[in-house]
Design a protein around this ligand. Structure first.
Ligand code: 3PG
Length: 320
């Protein structure tokens, strides 16, 4: 997948913005990025859309800005000239997609039917906007369509909110979601930047959905790990499970046979998408131990340790 699209997928949520006054664009972009969402799909639905993209592209390098509601090649050219790094359209427009592919510009066309999706596959795209997601049939429709097109990733947009965000992101064919719920026009017009930042933070928190999975005890040998795990299982009525490098007492105590990062042990924090969590923690300056990364057959990270330790405990992220 194209690098810009990959970055959008890591960010996980793209705010869809209708800006009426380009003077608000910078305040808005800064509010989004302060809330942990350094991306913006600025729609061409308003007169100020084009100039807003220019303002953000020129002054907020940390924000990945693209153009939305692009209906034809002419609008696309203007959006690109203003600095848009990706193009989103509400429907599937052959000429627009062909133009973007020729120019090497990432394009995410709107698709809501099998015919649209078939065109996207023929064009060689790997990411489409499922639009209007809720109104068209929501997750049940997406789950009926997606298996027919196994190469495509989806960006549901339209009716997404804090309430259904986790449901959409929980479907593994959904690579990111788009929506306007964190930056409605009234909030932008009223320059309510703190409210927008708070709504973005809430969205990021819901998306990352961190929770404690297990603690790891450094037992030092296979025998000690088995003995410790069995003792804990007896006391608390847990199931004993033998593994390669560690044994488990129930799901939440890992007794390690070999050395792992953390002198006192480790804490495993679960999240639905480790690569995305890594990106967001990275925005906060968190660093990771690359040699601890475990990936699945699709190249997606299953687990990775943070560099920093806490009171002698290391922390690793794991997919839940
Ligand atoms: C779009 O243009 O992508 C949609 O208008 C966004 O939909 P929402 O306002 O329901 O989030």
């Amino acid at each position: 997948m194209n690098e810009i699209l990959q970055r959008l997928c890591r960010i996980g949520i793209v705010p869809v913005l209708s800006v009426e006054d380009a003077e608000k664009a910078l305040g808005l972009a800064n509010a989004l990025s302060a809330g942990g969402l350094p991306a913006a799909e600025v729609t061409f639905r308003t007169q100020a859309g084009e100039e807003s993209i220019r303002q953000i592209a020129e002054n907020c390098p940390q924000v990945l800005v693209g153009a939305g509601t692009i209906l034809n090649v002419e609008q696309c050219r203007r959006a690109l000239a203003a600095g848009a790094r990706f193009i989103v359209s509400p429907g599937y427009n052959e000429a627009l997609v062909a133009y973007c592919l020729e120019q090497g510009v990432p394009v995410i066309p709107g698709c809501a039917t099998a015919s649209d999706l078939g065109r996207a596959v023929s064009a060689g795209l790997d990411l489409v906007k499922f639009f209007p997601a809720e109104q068209a049939g929501g997750l049940p429709l997406l789950k009926a369509l997606a298996p027919v097109f196994p190469r495509l990733g989806f960006m549901p947009t339209g009716g997404i909110s804090i309430k259904n965000l986790s449901d959409y992101l929980g479907y593994d064919r959904v690579r990111l979601c788009g929506g306007s719920w964190m930056a409605k026009s009234e909030l932008i017009q009223g320059e309510r930047w703190e409210d927008i930042t708070t709504l973005c933070r809430q969205a990021v928190g819901t998306m990352l959905n961190f929770s404690l999975q297990h603690v790891g005890l450094p037992c030092g040998s296979a025998d000690a790990a088995a003995g410790t795990a069995q003792a804990i299982c007896r006391l608390f009525g847990l199931d004993y499970r033998q593994g390669g490098s560690s044994d488990f007492a129930g799901p939440f105590v890992e007794c390690c046979k070999v050395d792992m990062p953390g002198t006192n042990g480790h804490i495993a924090i679960g999240t639905p998408d480790v690569d995305r969590a890594e990106f967001h923690l990275g925005l906060e300056g968190v660093e990771f131990l690359e040699h601890t990364r475990k990936v699945d057959n699709n190249g997606r990270t299953k687990a990775i340790y943070l560099k920093q330790t806490f009171a002698g405990f290391s922390i690793h992220l794991m997919r839940k």
